[in-house]
Design a protein around this ligand. Structure first.
Ligand SMILES: O=C(O)CCC(=O)C(=O)O
Length: 287
């Protein structure tokens, strides 16, 4: 198991210089199948009348509501912006209308917890230097065929800020992710330029503390991966994904991890936990 999760010196060098690295075959076919089947069950039992919350990275300030805030400690369902017709009804079945499910699958659902709290995830985090890592959010992202929305260029540290910054994204492909169905794109090395802006939660809701810089699309490279591959993403890496205009979905399960040793969770983050999350492990001083 340790061999799967622990980053080799080559992989670590790649991560440090590029800001991301791909670990192929991180999850087995059985693990992928288990998570996909479990998500089918969760979708079947999702009551359409319980939410019509939309997730959009283009209109994030507008769509953030109490349902979103409370999702930090729940399994909550967010629709695609383009899921609804002019009459307000879904244009396709609910299973094909959801943008993502979040943000505490890793804590609440036994199947997702199994992978999230596995030895290989802990081994990986140890090799990245984490001392007392906490998974602060999880998301099942669908990138639905035809309507899967774009994710605009961003850095994960903007949303999950600690002082000093410690966020890493672990993005697991549950289906092959290609240029056609909306794979990740990243600006290699952009993590070295520091954090550009923060996403803050204030009295009036959420907002960015400054506008986004404009990025040259020529600087992005596609990160096409096979199902089962894990993309490890530095918290300062500029990354994005485009709309999925193809007929194939692009499911992924993503975890965001922060350290709780020697750093402080920012009170202005959108996540304000009522119950503090448990660390995955605590390193002994000799580790
Ligand atoms: O799945 C995607 O398309 C984007 C995910 C992402 O950017 C993130 O989790 O930070």
């Amino acid at each position: 198991m340790g061999i799967i999760g622990k980053l080799s010196p080559d992989k670590l060098n790649f991560f440090n210089s590029q800001g991301y690295v791909v670990i192929e075959s991180f999850a087995s076919n059985e693990e992928i199948e288990a998570m996909r089947t479990q998500m089918d069950h969760l979708l079947q039992s999702f009551d359409l009348s319980s939410s019509s919350s939309v997730f959009s990275t283009k209109n994030q300030q507008k769509v953030t509501d109490d349902y979103f805030y409370e999702s930090a400690e729940k399994i909550s369902f967010f629709f695609e912006e383009k899921a609804f017709g002019d009459d307000g009804n879904l244009k396709q079945p609910k299973e094909l209308s959801i943008n993502k499910v979040g943000h505490a699958l890793h804590e609440i659902d036994p199947v997702f917890k199994n992978l999230s709290c596995s030895e290989k995830v802990s081994d990986l985090l140890r090799s990245l230097g984490y001392k007392r890592p906490v998974i602060i959010q999880s998301m099942y992202i669908f990138k639905q065929p035809g309507i899967g929305g774009e994710v605009v260029p961003h850095q994960d540290n903007s949303f999950l800020y600690t002082e000093p910054t410690t966020c890493t994204g672990l993005w697991l492909a549950l289906e092959d992710a290609t240029i056609t169905n909306g794979c990740l794109w990243a600006i290699p090395g952009s993590h070295k330029n520091g954090l550009v802006r923060r996403f803050l939660r204030g009295e009036e809701g959420v907002y960015f503390d400054r506008p986004s810089p404009s990025y040259d699309q020529k600087d992005f490279v596609p990160v096409e991966v096979k199902a089962g591959s894990l993309v490890v993403i530095h918290g300062d890496l500029i990354h994005q994904s485009f709309e999925n205009q193809s007929s194939k979905s692009r499911h992924a399960y993503s975890l965001h991890v922060v350290d709780t040793d020697g750093c402080k969770w920012a009170q202005e983050n959108w996540i304000r936990r009522k119950v503090q999350p448990e660390p995955l492990y605590v390193s002994s001083p000799t580790q």
